[in-house]
Design a protein around this ligand. Structure first.
Ligand code: GLN
Length: 245
């Protein structure tokens, strides 16, 4: 009897999980639209645009589904994919060993780095100089995770990358560790800040998909392969990132 009840309970769980996921006409993308040029609100239209949005839109097209974007805090993106509230997570997500324990990642679609932003005149010129400093990071990002290993450093965690940049511009912290492309955008908007030459880490971005969803993983990987081969992926990236910056 106990075994039977267990079976019923697990069957119900599967049904309710399935009910959370979007219908098959839609591809629900969880993101955090605070990460230019990958996902951000367009100044004029306020619509969410960016490299990830266009890549996922192209993937949705390949799958014959309509892309639906769910904007949320960065540290909710992976959970919403794990729990089936979203089909995919696309938020400049770095593949890490730790994340792979709970979620699958597609084949990578971009390379990235965590870089260090400092104010002009700073004595921080290499990653080693971060020892003992006050460092701003975005909550739950790889910058946050890896900065934890810096000796005697104090971490200030912000919900949005640009909030960390503001704190740096106001002299509240000594440095910010953040992904290279948003770093370039934020520095271009703030006089007196610059990115030091040596990166903190090198990483790869991929799309997050729930562990049990092998079909979707295969479909997304096939779509990414097609986008790479046709040149469409480069076309999207080049639209947002110019070769000379
Ligand atoms: N690449 C970083 C990570 O995956 C940051 C991503 C982001 O802030 N959107 O943790």
């Amino acid at each position: 009897m106990k075994k039977f009840l267990c079976m019923v309970a697990s069957a119900l769980m599967v049904i309710s999980l399935a009910a959370c996921t979007s219908n098959k006409d839609e591809l629900v993308m969880a993101t955090n639209a605070e990460f230019p040029p990958y996902e951000y609100h367009d100044d004029e239209t306020q619509k969410i645009v960016g490299i990830d949005v266009e890549i996922c839109d192209a993937i949705a097209n390949e799958l014959g589904r309509k892309l639906v974007i769910e904007d949320m805090a960065f540290d909710s993106v992976l959970t919403s994919v794990q729990t089936g509230k979203a089909d995919i997570g696309a938020a400049g997500l770095t593949i890490t060993e730790d994340r792979l324990k709970n979620i699958n990642f597609s084949t990578p679609y971009a390379t990235a780095a965590q870089v260090i932003i400092v104010p002009e005149g700073s004595d921080i010129t290499t990653p080693d100089d971060l020892v003992g400093k006050k460092i701003g990071v975005q909550l739950g990002t790889t910058g946050d995770i890896y900065a934890e290993d810096i000796e005697d450093a104090t971490l200030e965690r912000y919900n949005k990358g640009f909030e960390a940049i503001q704190a740096l511009a106001q002299g509240k912290i000594d440095a910010v560790i953040i992904d290279n492309e948003p770093a370039k955008v934020f520095v271009s908007q703030n006089d007196g800040l610059y990115i030091i030459d040596e990166a903190f880490t090198y990483e790869e971005y991929a799309i997050a998909i729930a562990k049990d969803n092998d079909q979707l993983l295969n479909d997304v990987n096939a779509a990414i392969k097609k986008l790479k081969e046709s040149g469409k992926l480069d076309e999207i990236v080049n639209k947002y990132i110019s070769a000379d910056n």
